[in-house]
Design a protein around this ligand. Structure first.
Ligand code: NAP
Length: 244
């Protein structure tokens, strides 16, 4: 019998870590994708194993097509019966600057991680999800920035908006194969990515007067991956404490 796995890119820290732990609580075996922070990825894996779950780490740069294909190919070789039924394209970085001062490197790095990363990983996994009798769930981690635009983040906003466009298109391509594709758009969530921000100032703008927790985003991702969400596809769901 084939076992359905979840792959969470950027599963070593922040929102992705919380999603890995949530999947594991639901009894779903987890692949913790990460870029370079082996210690953090192994901490997530060990936490899941200690709680009786199934988890493994998989190191690859989502923005490097050769690494994506090599890592996922080797996973498939080690799991000939199994397949990845749940994909969370969560890996992402921010390199903020005003556009007139933004370097090519900062533009390219952000676009490459979020947009090309989503493309390379999703394209590789689609055939196995769409195979007859299977199905799957894809959740793309966008952002409030991709919906409204924030000054100083033109690269990040462009990347997160591109993820929404791809989500809506792909949802229509895969609908008859029971593969749903949705995007989640968090506002400010307490993670390493937001640790340098002036939280006390920013909280005043948020109707709920606080940052969100990674676990709150993980609950939403888990719902979108559940059987109960089978008829939701091509959607973007905000989770932002009322900040629009
Ligand atoms: P984070 O704490 O900075 O963690 C980023 C994760 O992405 C890490 O696991 C990192 O792996 C991985 N990663 C980065 N570049 C990668 C690459 N090239 N290849 C593979 N993995 C890579 O970030 P976060 O705050 O949890 O954010 C997660 C996602 O949510 C991102 O897409 C972010 O844009 C989005 N988001 C966050 C917020 C927020 O307020 N935090 C709001 C809206 C959207 P390593 O540990 O190996 O470095």
């Amino acid at each position: 019998m084939s076992i359905k796995y979840a792959l969470v890119t950027g599963g070593s820290r922040g929102i992705g870590r919380a999603v890995c732990l949530k999947f594991s609580q639901l009894g779903i075996p987890v692949i913790i994708g990460y870029h370079s922070n082996t210690k953090a990825a192994e901490e997530v894996r060990d936490t899941i194993l200690q709680n009786g779950g199934t988890a493994e780490t998989l190191r690859f740069d989502v923005g490097d097509k050769a690494q994506v294909e090599a890592a996922l190919g080797s996973w498939e070789q080690n799991h000939p019966q199994d397949y990845i039924a749940y994909l969370v394209n969560n890996a992402g970085i921010a390199r903020d600057n005003l556009m007139f001062m933004m370097t090519d490197e900062d533009w390219d790095a952000v676009m490459n991680t979020s947009v090309n990363g989503m493309f390379y990983v999703t394209r590789y996994l689609l055939p196995q999800m769409m195979a007859r009798g299977r199905g799957g769930r894809i959740v793309n981690m966008s952002s409030l920035s991709g919906l409204k635009g924030l000054p100083g983040q033109s690269n990040y906003c462009a990347a997160k908006a591109a993820m929404i466009g791809a989500t809506r298109a792909l949802a229509q391509e895969t609908a008859t194969r029971n593969v749903t594709v949705n995007a989640v758009a968090p506002g400010f969530i307490t993670t390493d990515m937001t640790s340098e921000l002036p939280e006390e100032e920013l909280k005043k703008m948020i109707p709920m007067k606080r940052f969100g927790k990674p676990e709150e985003v993980a609950e939403l991702v888990a719902f979108l991956c559940s059987d109960n969400a089978a008829y939701i596809t091509g959607e973007v769901i905000s989770i932002n404490g009322g900040l629009y």
